[in-house]
Design a protein around this ligand. Sequence first.
Ligand code: ADP
Ligand code: MG
Length: 345
Amino acid sequence: MALAEFELIRQYFNIDALTFERTGIVLGPGDDCALLDIPKGYNLALSVDTLNEGVHFPAGADAYQLAQRCLRVNLSDLAAMGAEPLGFTLALSLPDVSESWLQGFSQGLSACAGNYRCSLLGGDTTRGPLAITIQVHGLVAAGQALRRSGASVGDAIYVTGTLGNAALALPYLTHQSGYELADLSAEQRGFLQVAFYQPEPRVDAGLALTGLASAAIDVSDGLASDLGHILQASGSGSGSDSDMAALGAIIDTAQIPLAAEFAGLAAAHDALPLALGGGDDYELCVTVPPQHEAQAQAAMKALNLRFSRIGEVIAGSGIMLRDANGESQPMRLSGYRHFGGGDNE
Ligand code: ADP
Ligand code: MG
């Protein structure tokens, strides 16, 4: 690495705003490796995600916003396991060195990392097409992690927050014809920007739901797809136990939580497909056994977090949609696929 690049790391990444003293971090960036000491009785939870320009975010995206999004989507994976963020590494591929870009990126990263005291532990800086890889590290009490594989027939299905917002934002943020940001109010523009670039990793919710939820996932590919992962991992489809039943789900479409801003932005008939099939919201989808529902609801209320009971796990396979009149029909995934970001993950 050229000397200028060491200087770049020192100036933008090896800084106090990205370094937090935490039990478990023995050594941060600067040496050949960072060192972690996993406290007794804890598991280290790891996850890595790469975001490529033009694939996972629009070309020319603002550096501050981009940094926020990269770290947030990684923290969301920790949230979905019920793990507490500890630190992260950053591999950055940059086409050129732009001080203002690096300044914005570093500030976006610091703003998000500071919320969780999640320390930058090290990284790699190279020249190439713009790509950002973050690996997060978190701690979860041994045996307490929320997995995708614990759901059973009769468990209730809940989601945090509201769904479909990021999918709603995408055509505006990518300047598709018919979706002009300029036509919107400042509030609407702000809502769409935040929906896509600053999804809230539900870390506190994940922590509070350990011991209560039977399975969990963060909604990155869309509710239909991600709930499908829980059903697959929890039922006989996982292939892990031939005695297990295949699992399906029944979803009450009237209970799917939509943001108030939604109505003014999307044609009403698009709302449900966006909420069921749209990716990138990073809300948690969890299953909760009946005996834990009241406690789980109270825990989310204490966090002031919307927590919607959208359906139940049933025997069988596939997802059924039940309308307000109680009529149900199988969900046709193909109809929703179009809105999902899953092909690029
Ligand atoms: P090596 O050649 O041993 O991999 P590098 O020259 O890649 O070392 O990195 C030197 C130090 O700078 C390492 O401690 C590394 O973790 C840190 N580092 C490199 N890039 C970044 C970055 N983007 N953010 C934080 N730390 C970084
Ligand atoms: Mg290196």
